[in-house]
Write a protein that binds this ligand. Structure first.
Ligand code: MLC
Ligand code: AMP
Length: 505
């Protein structure tokens, strides 16, 4: 049996033939037949460039239908798709390329020179460009290539993608996801969320993370439904498109912004059948307000880069505000006491662990990290703290990992602290997440100066600018004489969060 996920997608694509797959407001339109043909041409181009089964293809491009066709082409030939946040700076890209050793780096034309330089320094043999108007050197090569109509046979552990997720030590880890991981989750979600070929997903998420890439696109491909690709979230555009859409997937920031808008009414959302939220906690307040204003209960689900989607509120049945629902079919979970390593009683808080065909097979070239987090019995330690209520709904009540989630993007404080600490005049720093009305949590730095230093907020921010993606940069920098520490010498971030809790309110 061929475990190549593209084999499953291709069947659906042939069936759906001239039905829309991806459209844009700029008039781009790919039917399923178009997408099948284009993926074969892109697969031919990749082969011509020298990309082979198992090779990584690193991609840092603006959102476009062609980026998804490139993802499909990689699946087709068994190459490993490696999407990168467009916000990453050159320094951040250098790390990913040196760690993943891709056979090809696909970038935006505007940064081609820098990309070539980084590729040369990191030993990446090929660089191509891809633009948002079906342009760029990769598309030119695809137009001239001999299409590859075949689908490379793959085994059950062959990789479809590597997605980097930041590490608590400051070093990003590449989560290795197999064709089976992605395929099983897409099929599960298709069924659980009642997708049909008639669905039209309003797609406003970025396509370099699990939510916008796998949850949205793989479910669409599994179903044979269609997507309207928007470059980014823009409330005006969402409201213009809602009457022609049926599903919206978003991070909580989408919903807090929509709820605050007078255009959100039952009439406006009458054609929509489903609003999905995930990637960060949706407040019960936003959930309730959204329902009051539209009659729609947002379906909140819980997932991770390493695991795809695990838990979901029901499609039919109560969608409980402030909870992430129950395990999806095929997914097992347990809530464990971290000291005794035994399960906690219902209603008590413990570490959430997950097992299932959706769970990744390990971190790229990090066997020790993999062993620490992916246990021998197949359960993955999420780092999230959970509680199961009397109705069996799971509540994510906090995190046991030092992580800030800002507008659905993960920021690991360590990475920011390391950069601040190297700055002259800084003795030490602590980076925390504080309640933020728009982003959920706002990245904030608390800095202790060296004696005599006059470094200020602007100085710290200037140092980070260009070194760190914008969303990782603190929204505010505060100064303190010392950082609060416990008897073990560990910085008490809880204390800092309390002290600065009203910063953005
Ligand atoms: C933008 N900015 C952010 C930010 N997004 N700052 C912090 N956090 C963010 N998430 C910066 C901009 O650079 C800008 O800076 C300023 O904040 C205001 O920008 P904006 O125009 O208001 O932002 P916008 O472009 O509207 O973007 C906000 C957003 C976007 C929430 C729509 O960040 C987004 O689409 N997030 C989704 C992330 C996502 O897909 N996560 C899924 C991960 S997968 P300045 O200074 O230039 O003004 C995962 C697994 C799972 O977690 O379970 O799904
Ligand atoms: P990422 O590594 O970007 O995939 O982010 C995964 C993390 O996002 C999880 O470990 C959770 O901390 C968080 N997360 C995802 N969905 C939810 C949700 N519905 N509620 C609370 N936290 C969530």
């Amino acid at each position: 049996m061929n475990h190549n996920l593209f084999a499953t997608f291709a069947e659906r694509m042939r069936e759906r033939d001239d039905a829309d797959f991806i459209t844009t407001r700029e008039g781009q339109r790919y039917t399923y037949a178009d997408a099948l043909a284009a993926s074969a041409r892109l697969a031919g181009a990749l082969t011509g460039i020298g990309v082979q089964k198992g090779d990584r293809v690193a991609v840092q491009v603006d959102k476009s239908p062609e980026a998804i066709l490139l993802y499909l082409a990689c699946l087709r030939i068994g190459a490993v798709y490696l999407p990168l946040n467009t916000g990453y700076t050159g320094e951040e890209i250098r790390y990913f390329l040196s760690d993943a050793e891709p056979a090809l780096f696909v970038c935006r034309a505007a940064v081609l020179d820098e990309a070539r330089r980084i590729a040369t320094e990191t030993g990446c043999p090929a660089v191509e460009t891809l633009g948002t108007a079906a342009d760029g050197s990769l598309m030119e090569k695809a137009a001239a290539a001999t299409p590859r109509e075949d689908i490379v046979p793959l085994g059950v552990r062959d990789l479809a993608a590597i997605l980097y997720t930041s590490g608590t030590t400051g070093r990003s880890k590449g989560a290795m996801l197999t064709h089976r991981n992605l395929g099983s989750n897409a099929e599960t979600l298709r069924q659980a969320w009642h997708f049909t070929p008639e669905d039209r997903l309003i797609h406003a998420l970025p396509i370099f993370h699990t939510h916008g890439l796998f949850v949205a696109c793989n479910v669409t491909l599994m179903t044979g439904s269609s997507m309207l690709f928007l470059p980014k979230f823009d409330a005006d555009v969402i409201f213009e498109e809602m009457p022609r859409g049926s599903v919206l997937m978003g991070v909580p920031t989408f919903y807090t912004r929509l709820v605050a808008d007078d255009r959100l009414t039952p009439e406006m959302t009458a054609n929509m059948r489903l609003f999905v939220s995930g990637s960060a906690p949706l407040t019960a307040e936003t959930h309730r307000e959204f329902e009051q204003k539209t009659g729609h209960a947002i379906l909140e689900r819980y997932g991770m880069t390493e695991t795809n989607m695990n838990l979901s509120n029901p499609y039919d049945g109560e969608r409980r505000a402030g909870t992430v629902g129950m395990p999806l079919p095929g997914v097992e979970f347990r809530v464990m006491d971290r000291e005794t390593r035994g399960p906690v009683a219902r209603g008590e808080i413990g570490m959430l662990e997950i097992r299932g065909p959706n769970v990744f097979i390990g971190y790229w070239r990090m066997p020790e990290k993999t062993r620490e987090e992916l246990l021998e019995d197949g359960f993955f330690i999420t780092g999230d703290l959970a509680m199961v209520d009397d109705q069996g709904y799971v509540h994510i009540v906090g995190r046991d990992k030092d992580l800030v989630i800002s507008g659905g993007y993960n920021v690991y404080p360590k990475e920011v602290e390391q950069l601040i600490d190297e700055l002259e005049g800084v003795y030490e720093s602590a980076v925390i997440g504080l309640p933020h009305p728009d982003f959920g949590e706002g990245v904030t730095a608390v800095v202790v100066r060296q004696a005599g230093s006059r470094i200020d907020e602007a100085g710290v921010l200037a140092h980070l600018n260009g070194r760190l993606a914008k969303y990782k940069q603190p929204k505010r920098v505060f100064f303190a004489d010392t950082l609060p520490r416990n008897t073990m010498g560990k910085v008490q971030k809880n204390e800092l969060r309390k002290q600065f809790q009203d910063t953005y309110r």
